[in-house]
Design a protein around this ligand. Structure first.
Ligand SMILES: [Zn+2]
Length: 451
């Protein structure tokens, strides 16, 4: 039992990249600092087409394989409706304990290794975060609304099936988790108003939702601080928590070489002024910034290296990055424009970017010059995608265009910016370029910590 303050790391350390789940508690309060997916542990047992059986077995595979810690009372009871005695089997486990009440999750940003397991948590545990991160979670869920490990925003309640061995989706509304926006900037008010209807909307012709509108909560009034920091996904933040031993600072993921470096610097100054008792800092590359030769790797260097490849490639170029990395998206949009190509994104990207643009008008939208959307043949168009199709009808590029122009897909050039810079790929000999070929953004085959 703790004396004053207890901190337990259920992921993200030691030596683990991402998968952050930190339980910070003292007699009066209990906070979770992020509750992300542990990619390393997940990858030991599962891969692209072999997933934990969450839809039918709820928590069972996740507890058994160590993907969730056996914290009795922390998770949704409907995910063990078919197996109510499940925690009884973990009483001898070194990590087993009861967790009675959690004040909330202090979520730093929208990468899966920080956000990914929030859907498993009891439905009355709220999430405190920035507006952009709250929105990203919803945009990620809407295209796949009923995946247990993707219920970042609204829960799809389950019941035990008649046989009592597996779960099934309960008929009735989705249940939205309460999100509190920890930013008090009045400029965000207009965006929140514009997004109000979207926030309470759920995809699916026959689906309804028990909505919980977004609310602003001033962290200062709760013994908390929230600072925006520079990272590869917009809206990232760091947290400060006032505890009986003094301020504890949790950085989340941060960097100082992006366009918002000033935010990280402001955070560092203001956090230092609190004279914190403890700093929990994320650090994939703390000792040194990544360099190429003597130069620190910055976005302009990435742009130059990628541009060289695009310039020297005749056919299709496949760029491997997530579109939520807005700086990288702008980089490839600009390369595409400069080389007479178009950057083609997916409908999921378009769906998310359009909403992010409401909060930050500097974020590119599908209608922007140089950006097109891939139209793939499909039978039924889901409701979230219909919206994209109707709004951006003129921006679509048919999938068959790629087939016609890139007859041998294996000859398409795949650009992974970092491996390229580290010299794993050599520029090829094609000097000529064609103005009518495209640059396709494709989601990475490997999921990673997203730096
Ligand atoms: Zn991150």
């Amino acid at each position: 039992m703790w004396q004053l303050v207890s901190i337990t790391l259920y992921g993200g350390a030691p030596g683990e990249i991402g998968g952050n789940r930190i339980l910070l508690e003292w007699p009066e309060h209990r906070w979770l600092l992020d509750f992300g997916t542990r990619f390393g542990q997940t990858g030991r047992f599962f891969e692209e087409f072999v997933k934990p059986r969450g839809a039918t077995l709820g928590l069972r595979d996740y507890l058994r394989m160590g993907l969730l810690p056996p914290l009795d009372g922390l998770y949704r009871s409907d995910l063990c409706a078919h197996d109510p005695a499940i925690f009884g089997r973990y009483k001898g486990h070194s990590m087993y304990r009861k967790v009675e009440h959690v004040d909330g999750v202090l979520l730093s940003h929208g990468h899966i290794d920080h956000l990914g397991c929030i859907g498993f948590l009891k439905e009355d545990i709220p999430v405190y975060t920035g507006l952009m991160t709250a929105l990203i979670g919803k945009c990620l869920q809407d295209p796949n609304p009923t995946r247990v490990d993707g219920e970042f925003n609204y829960l799809v309640p389950r019941d035990s099936k008649e046989s009592g061995e597996i779960l099934e989706v309960r008929k009735g509304p989705r249940v939205q988790r309460q999100y509190y926006v920890a930013e008090t900037d009045p400029a965000l008010g207009a965006a929140m108003e514009q997004l109000r209807e979207f926030w309470s909307w759920v995809p699916g012709e026959r689906s309804s939702i028990t909505a919980k509108p977004l609310e602003v909560r001033d962290p200062a009034k709760m013994g908390l601080r929230f600072w925006r920091v520079d990272h590869s996904i917009p809206g990232s933040g760091a947290w400060g928590i006032e505890t009986p031993i003094g301020w504890i600072i949790y950085s989340g993921d941060l960097r100082t070489h992006g366009h918002s470096a000033y935010r990280t610097e402001k955070f560092a100054k203001e956090a230092a002024a609190l004279k914190p008792a403890l700093l929990i800092v994320e650090g994939t590359r703390v000792p040194a910034l990544r360099t190429v030769g003597d130069e620190v790797l910055t976005e302009p260097i990435v742009q130059q290296a990628c541009d060289d490849v695009v310039r020297q490639t005749k056919g299709l170029v496949i760029a491997d990055f997530t579109a939520r990395n807005i700086e990288r998206l702008r980089t490839f949009r600009d390369i595409a424009k400069a080389r007479g190509r178009r950057l083609v994104i997916t409908t999921k990207d378009a769906y998310t970017l359009e909403r992010m643009h409401v909060i930050d008008p500097n974020i590119p939208t599908p209608g922007d010059d140089g950006i097109a959307i891939l139209k793939e043949p499909q039978g039924n168009t889901p409701s979230w995608e219909k919206d994209v199709c109707e709004k951006h009808e003129t921006c679509f590029v048919q999938a068959k265009v790629f087939r016609q122009r890139q007859r041998d897909p294996q000859r398409a050039r795949r650009v992974h910016p970092l491996s390229l810079l580290l010299g794993h790929q050599q520029p090829d000999r094609h000097g000529a370029r064609r103005r009518d070929v495209h640059l396709l953004r494709i989601r990475g085959l490997q999921r990673g910590a997203g730096d």
